[in-house]
Write a new protein. Structure first.
Length: 252
């Protein structure tokens, strides 16, 4: 089952929740630290809104952003329409499923991204295999997924105590005001990456101090917010309770 396609109005909720760029900024910093000198070929699975694609294209990379939802592709087209031609020319949007991508783009990518997509899949294995299959030998796979070990953190920090209690009792946050999803443990995804032929390079956390904020985060210097999140995301115990984990693997 795919929970994204089963949820009515999820695109509107996605757009409304995209008020902060902190997760994207942290993602970019992680990728910049591990990517070889470009320009590179990138495939972004579930990247139809083109937020990541535009940032990577601005850095000189060629990006194919895939999505199963035509509405997300439309959002990506809108974003590209307001971008400089030098960026538009480096981004291609494809409305297709993972199987199609695996067949059409196998072995071409220097980087395959699978960010905030596995949560919508009952079985994450096919999409993990697709991400690895897309890469050249030595290519990198970037996976961002919800961290079930921290299911109660968002609700607790936001003062939503009933949700926090239920999350602690059940081990998940699907009872909260969110679309149905499946949060897969980091150990599970690591094992799937290894089984698919990739070696784990590193992992970090995203969303430790700021994930529970529903509105703008006020700071005299936004860089201090990003730096704090960046450092915490690379240290225990902080990264263990991050909203998301970010796994980087390399195809053997």
């Amino acid at each position: 089952m795919n929970y994204w396609t089963a949820a009515s109005g999820i695109v509107d909720a996605f757009v409304q929740d995209e008020g902060t760029s902190i997760p994207l900024e942290l993602t970019i910093r992680t990728l910049q630290a591990v990517l070889p000198t470009g320009p590179l070929r990138v495939v972004d699975l579930g990247g139809g809104d083109a937020a990541l694609a535009v940032r990577l294209a601005a850095a000189g990379h060629e990006v194919v952003a895939q999505d199963i939802d035509p509405h997300m592709i439309a959002l990506g087209e809108q974003r590209l329409a307001t971008s400089p031609s030098t960026i538009r020319d480096r981004v291609r949007l494809i409305c297709a499923d993972g199987a199609t991508m695996a067949a059409d783009q196998a072995g071409v990518a220097d980087l395959a991204c699978c960010h905030s997509v596995l949560m919508y899949e009952d079985d994450p294995a096919p999409l993990v295999r697709t991400a690895v299959a897309l890469c050249k030998p030595g290519g990198l796979i970037s996976v961002i997924a919800i961290n079930p070990a921290a299911a109660a953190m968002r609700a607790g920090l936001a003062g939503r105590w009933v949700e926090a209690r239920i999350a602690l009792e059940t081990g998940d946050d699907t009872h909260g005001p969110y679309a149905a999803s499946r949060n897969h443990a980091r150990a599970t995804i690591k094992a799937l990456l290894v089984d698919a032929g990739a070696d784990i390079v590193e992992w970090s956390g995203i969303g430790i101090f700021t994930d529970h904020h529903a509105g703008p985060i006020v700071a005299d210097d936004p860089e201090q917010v990003l730096r704090s999140e960046w450092l915490a995301g690379r240290q225990d115990p902080y990264r263990q309770v991050a909203r998301c984990y970010h796994l980087i693997a390399r195809k053997s």
